[in-house]
Design a protein around this ligand. Structure first.
Ligand SMILES: Cc1cc2nc3c(=O)[nH]c(=O)nc-3n(C[C@H](O)[C@H](O)[C@H](O)COP(=O)(O)OP(=O)(O)OC[C@H]3O[C@@H](n4cnc5c(N)ncnc54)[C@H](O)[C@@H]3O)c2cc1C
Length: 401
């Protein structure tokens, strides 16, 4: 095994029999947390346990979009912090993240969509995010290939951007290991049970591990471990399909989102057009399954919607099509913090279609909370107990997909 692979954990990484914090799931959330916690609290023994390979979950299957354009002040502020953090992150993690700030361009084609953009632009001005409203012709000046004939209004924030998700995950993994966390891949946690004031984790390799605190960072799979402890949270998986094209000459700066259809597309630094859309729910319920098989239905639906908005791509070749799971929280807010009835079993899930962009800030804030109890207002709001206590409110209306 090469030294570099080992630096990102491995299937043979030895684990101690007891740890202070066991993080289950090595997606962007588990790894950003492991990195910050290992840096902040050097005396803590931390293990991260991942069932598959790194980037096998949603963190390796997403569109890599990062934006401040949200409909709720808390999310706008959090994303301003997260994007700011991304500016120095390639140096900090020692890896090229392909971070490119080409902006996000939202298009509204209905009156309701138009009102959403106006309301959000006012909110962004209050919070200090540089979003501006654009007439259709101004939007077309940014992306000349768009057909804006039925666009009523657009909004643009030049500081939004895209990254390449894989090195992002690898960067956090490498640095978490460098700072002392143990990262075991290709090993599932098959059972979790309380033992006194700790938890015993049974692993698919036959080993077991005692942990003073456990973090459930298994995203769309989180209900599996929760159910074993009798924790019932309302987040549920939702299949989301996406594709990338053959490399094209660079022509597209921003990530474009059509509010009405939920279509989004951006051009990666490697030239591929990366585009996704959420399908209207399938009658057979397959959209809420964890099946990661691509569908022809998606290919037809996205092709029609994309070509209507940007006719120039009609003859573009599709190179890859894949699926990833959204972990959908019913009120649109993430689920982060101690579990009801199990304060030492901590959730970091429910990030729907925006966990990647929030991870730099969330990893740091949650690590701080685990290290010394400092609780950021967003963590209070994301408390898993809010559903049972009836305090869940829908605040966010800019969730795409
Ligand atoms: C198609 C698509 C496009 C998206 N686009 C964007 C975007 O543009 N911007 C954005 O911010 N977000 C986007 N998202 C959402 C984003 O990808 C997720 O919110 C984020 O990656 C969640 O990270 P995570 O670490 O919580 O979950 P994951 O990355 O899914 O990690 C969970 C890990 O837990 C592991 N696991 C599960 N069960 C066990 C077990 N029992 N034992 C051990 N390990 C286990 C899994 O193998 C997995 O690796 C998109 C998602 C999809 C699917």
């Amino acid at each position: 095994m090469s030294a570099e692979l080992h630096a990102m954990g491995s299937a043979t990484q030895p684990l101690p029999p007891e740890v202070d914090v066991a993080i289950v799931g090595a997606g962007i959330m588990g790894l950003a947390l492991a990195y910050h916690l290992a840096r902040l609290a050097r005396d803590l023994k931390i293990a991260v346990i991942e069932r598959g390979y790194l980037v096998s979950g949603a963190s390796g299957r997403n569109g890599g979009g990062l934006r401040m354009q949200w409909g709720d002040a808390g999310n706008v502020r959090l994303m301003m912090e997260s994007i700011d953090e991304c500016k120095g992150l390639a140096q900090e993690l020692g890896i090229n993240l392909w971070f490119r700030q080409g902006g996000y361009l939202f298009l509204a084609r209905s009156e309701a969509g138009e009102q959403r953009l106006v309301r959000n632009a006012e909110l962004h001005a209050e919070v200090g995010a540089p979003t501006r409203l654009l007439a259709p012709a101004e939007a077309q000046a940014i992306v000349p290939q768009l057909d804006v004939s039925d666009v009523r209004l657009a909004s643009f924030n030049p500081e939004d951007g895209v990254v390449f998700p894989w090195p992002f995950v690898w960067g956090y993994a490498t640095q978490a290991v460098r700072h002392g966390a143990r990262l075991r891949t290709h090993t599932a946690v098959t059972r979790v049970e309380p033992v006194g004031d700790r938890y015993r984790l049974q692993l698919s390799t036959g080993e077991s591990l005692l942990a003073a605190r456990v973090v459930n960072a298994t995203g769309a799979w989180s209900h599996g471990l929760n159910a074993q402890l009798g924790i019932h949270l309302p987040n549920q998986p939702h299949r989301h399909e996406i594709l990338s094209s053959e490399p094209l000459k660079p022509f597209l700066d921003p990530l474009v989102v059509d509010l009405g259809s939920g279509l989004y597309f951006s051009q990666s630094t490697r030239g591929e057009l990366v585009t996704g859309i959420t399908l209207p729910d399938a009658d057979d319920g397959s959209d809420t399954s964890l099946s990661l098989h691509s569908s022809l239905r998606f290919l037809g639906h996205i092709s029609r919607t994309l070509v209507q908005l940007m006719p120039i791509v009609a003859s573009m070749k599709v190179l890859r099509q894949w699926v990833g799971p959204y972990d959908v929280s019913p009120d649109g807010d993430a689920i982060v913090g101690p579990s009801p009835g199990h304060p030492r079993f901590v959730q970091v899930c429910g990030f729907t279609g925006h966990g990647f962009m929030m991870a730099p800030a969330v990893g740091r804030l949650l690590a701080r909370w685990l290290a010394d109890g400092t609780q950021h207002p967003m963590l209070t709001r994301w408390d898993p107990g809010r559903f049972a206590s009836g305090q869940a409110h829908r605040r966010e209306d800019m969730i795409i997909g």
